[in-house]
Design a binder for this molecule. Sequence first.
Ligand code: SF4
Ligand code: SF4
Length: 441
Amino acid sequence: MQTRFDARQLADPDTAEAEKVLRKCVHCGFCIATCPTYVLLGDELDSPRGRIYLIKDMLEQDRPATEKVVRHLDRCLSCLACMTTCPSGVHYQHLIDHARVHVERTYRRPLAQRLLRALLAKVLPYPSRLRFALRVALLIPQALRSSPLIPAPLRAMLQLAGPYGTVARAAVTAPSALMPPPCAVRGRIALIVGCAQGVLTPGTHAATQRLLVRAGWEVVLVSGCCGALVHHLGRRAEAHAFAARLIEKLRATSAAGELTAVVVNASGCGTQLKDYGFLLRNDPPLAADAARFSALSRDITEVLAQSPLPVQPLAQRPVIAYHSACSMQHGQKLDAVPRRLLREAGFEVREIAEGHLCCGSAGSYNILQPQIATQLRERKLANIERTGAAVVATGNVGCIVQLQAGGARSMPVVHTVELLDWACGGPRPAALRISSPADSA
Ligand code: SF4
Ligand code: SF4
């Protein structure tokens, strides 16, 4: 694609990077058919190519974002299905990230939107605030939570929070900093135990830690949010601050002993960590370590695939439908490994039709764009139902929350590592204990 940026504009490293991305697009439109918002809305401006045109025009003209541009960019899920499809290697992720920062800098949103976005940015990345918010949500009567008198984003938030207030209040299986290292240590791993996941599905971190220790890794827990949630809201300074804090902690951890890998078990966060090298490239005090820790970052399934799992016989294993989170399949290009691990652990794994389409979770998208997110969830749940499976496995906490909020149509949605841990002698995943005591092992 031909671009018309002048030398002054290209002196800005972010604009220069955006220009590189734009020039790779050859307008072929292959990406359109796999874009969830185009599939639902049928408007080219809600497709990757349409958004690329809008972003190009806005940046080239040095124009503040308009209401129309913001509407179409806000509808983008950042699912990155377009990057998987694109034959030209257009790095849409970096382009939309830059455009979102431009929008936040130049566009004044209506008050309600500003308040909602600020609330999300100030609550979701902080475990104690999120736990408190979930407990407050529990106090709101069920009838009121679904009342049409409540604005749609707030209703979506309450619906999503539904089962999790109880989890936040209950005693939970948290990872233990005191878990003994294995006798023969394969290496030392920093396990990121970040923000929302520890509150929403606390069993996931504990299962991850048990699996790693059984596989022979020494595990060091590193707490802190990676910044992905605020990054997707275009709040660059906050995302940068979260990344800087996490890098500082990883520096201290690696100074105490060499790290073999930095492991993440929420694929949305993993995608963000793997991009730290790019995101912090222009910050000299952090750039080198950001690149180093990006290179060391692994999804938990990548590490587990390096060693045979000590699988134990289970009386009965439920049939699994594997939901490949967008951040896993499109963001990290990890599609086959989790399925293989589940099959090797003895589970029958069934494929979900339209597996490339997002479930509508996408960070805080399901709160900010509840209508589209709900349509995507309904479509995903219908495809899941057709598999005939009893349980859904996935590698991202956002998808777990989104799919679990589907009401009567939802079936238990469990993190892949909780199923693997169960197959290796760990406890039955909490979601299965609650939903189907009949088929207990
Ligand atoms: S990231 Fe997803 S929603 Fe956004 S343009 Fe690409 S395919 Fe469409
Ligand atoms: S598939 Fe790639 S090159 Fe083709 S229109 Fe989409 S982004 Fe541009």
